[in-house]
Design a protein. Structure first.
Length: 272
């Protein structure tokens, strides 16, 4: 099998995300319930998360059977091609369960461990975000038409920055995150809580937010959105000198990133 070019991987990710998004949007049962829980009783999985992941992995495996997978709902295979797909079939499950519109399908492709393609499909917005390493970031659908280049906003002073965050489902972690947010609010324009890390990262890319931070993310939560944000001109990382990871993920426009990161470090956003 020949080495794939990035446009091939992007096309596959776009189609897989489109199909999963349609399944989730159009196939949501009226009596949707919780199929399982993860880290706590309020960290839920629905049957639609599982169905969407099966659709995505099945489609990708049909076209690229030697690729590896890492998925939130259990898809895990090492592969032998050097390509690994990192999949969150339904980012924002609790929003989806309650009928709130902020949820997305997130698919990233890694080549030899480096993220090279990212797609976030937000069906209730009618928007599809995409990026290829070194090729910029784009959005289509909704008010954007067939395709618009994404660029993050010019940097405001930190006290005029609109920043989003998220909260973990483990009670002790949530309590600490609430304390950090309480200390952050007087230092910012305001804080938003959307409920989908993938959408928040794309909103930084699209200029709808000046920044975003969260503790406790997994690779599938941030893989696609991190690439999209960076290709739109944002900076991303974790604690100072480290990449975004489970301890801390920060994404912000240049000029906001460093003071936001420093403030989060001062407030100990990465630990209990």
């Amino acid at each position: 099998m020949t080495e794939p070019n990035l446009s091939e991987l992007l096309d596959l990710a776009l189609e897989a995300a489109r199909r999963a998004g349609e399944l989730l949007r159009d196939g949501r049962p009226a009596d949707l319930g919780v199929a399982a829980t993860k880290s706590s009783p309020i960290d839920v999985v629905t049957e639609m998360d599982i169905a969407a992941e099966k659709l995505i992995t099945g489609f990708l495996a049909e076209h690229r059977p030697r690729d590896g997978f890492l998925g939130e709902e259990g898809a895990s295979a090492p592969g032998s091609s050097g390509i690994r797909w990192v999949i969150d079939p339904l980012d924002g499950t609790v929003n989806y369960l309650y009928g709130l519109p902020t949820w997305a399908v997130s698919i990233a492709a890694e080549r030899d461990g480096e993220r090279v393609v990212g797609v976030v499909e937000a069906p209730m917005r009618g928007e599809t975000y995409r990026a290829v390493l070194g090729g910029g970031a784009y959005v289509s659908g909704g008010a954007y038409g067939t395709g618009t280049v994404l660029r993050c906003r010019p940097a405001p002073p930190l006290d005029q920055a609109l920043v989003s965050t998220g909260f973990n489902y483990v009670a002790g972690v949530r309590a600490h995150q609430a304390d950090v947010a309480q200390r952050m609010i007087p230092r910012l324009r305001d804080i938003r809580r959307g409920g989908s890390a993938a959408v928040d990262l794309c909103d930084v890319a699209a200029g709808r937010l000046d920044g975003y931070y969260e503790r406790g993310l997994h690779p599938w939560d941030l893989a696609a959105g991190d690439l999209i944000a960076r290709e739109a001109g944002a900076r991303t990382g974790g604690r100072p000198g480290r990449p975004a990871d489970g301890d801390l993920t920060v994404a912000a426009v240049p000029g906001v990133f460093e003071p936001l990161q420093a403030l989060l470090e001062e407030f100990g956003a990465w630990h209990d």
